[in-house]
Unconditional design. Sequence first.
Length: 388
Amino acid sequence: MRMDKNLLARFDVMLLVLVGLICGMGLLNLFSGSVSLNAIMQNQGQSPFIKQAVFMAAGFAICFVSQFFDYQLLQKWNPLIYGVGVLLLVIVDIAGDTAGGAQRWIDLGIIKLQPSEIEKLILVIGLASYYARREVADGYGIKDLIIPALIVLVPAGLVFVQPDLGTAGILVIIAVAMTLLAGVRLSTLIPVALISVILLVVVWENVNNMESLLGSHLKPYQIRRIQTLLHPELADPMGQGYQILQSQIAIGSGGLTGSGYLEGTQAQLRFLPERHTDFAFAVWGEEWGFIGSVFFVGAYMLFLLWGLWIAMRARDRFGVLLAYGIVLMIACQAIINLLMVMALFPVVGVPLPLISYGGSSLLTTMFGVAILLNVRMRCEPLPAPARS
């Protein structure tokens, strides 16, 4: 397998360095967050830190190997990729592994595959392919959006019944953002926006009646999480509000410079739940303080901005939409996770990409990074072959 020297010259080292920096911070944080997780180590036979390091190594290998293939192949193979994604979700809903009241995993032995994580990237590929093939000069109307709506609603519905409200919501957010980027007529956008605002007002006014209105569609704990967000003063500090309260204590106790690596009381004394997954950033904030948190967020923002720069330089519409979609996928999860940790969003089980423990989430993000690298290497038109 050979690669043109002109492509190699455009290999984006900066993007890979930023990803490596974030992954390094993630491993450092995971080691601290998992030191006291004796039960997890015993159940899985090895430390989460070791497993995550192996997944990261596999992710970087994917980044290098995938550069030999043109990202345009994803558009060609999109129907097959989308079909496999839906099939995996159906298998999970029928015979998947259950944990914590949710049926989300397929046990493959070396890894418990979570198809809903992979579906985020599959959805980006599917929508980018659709909008690239069916470009509309004056923007998409309601009829034009029927197929994209089906593309997102089928997997989102299958994820919702697992139940996984957080991931289903992210799929919808990704679809809405990519549709706006692709171009929507104002006559379509205004009524949809008005309907969304009306729905938000209705939810706000009926927050105390959610169990009777949504009890058949949402789990009791999911309803309580929404109620906790809208009315945090009513949260039970030893019940539904416990995770958020401990997260706030952890971040607040970090102060300006932090309590020191491996010295965070909330994490090391096991007060902070899910410290290696959903609340990983709370561990970082406690140990590294405000200054460390600013550095962390700054590195993450630079990574996302670099991804946007790659998207703006893509050579075709598919590359633009694909790169933008991947950045949106990562940014959406990161923003929701950080807001969740700071009690500004319900606890919906959304991981912090490249930081939270989880093989499916990590490998999906690294696949996205690999595609960004691929788009960057093929940003500029390839030089015409020399004439004899």
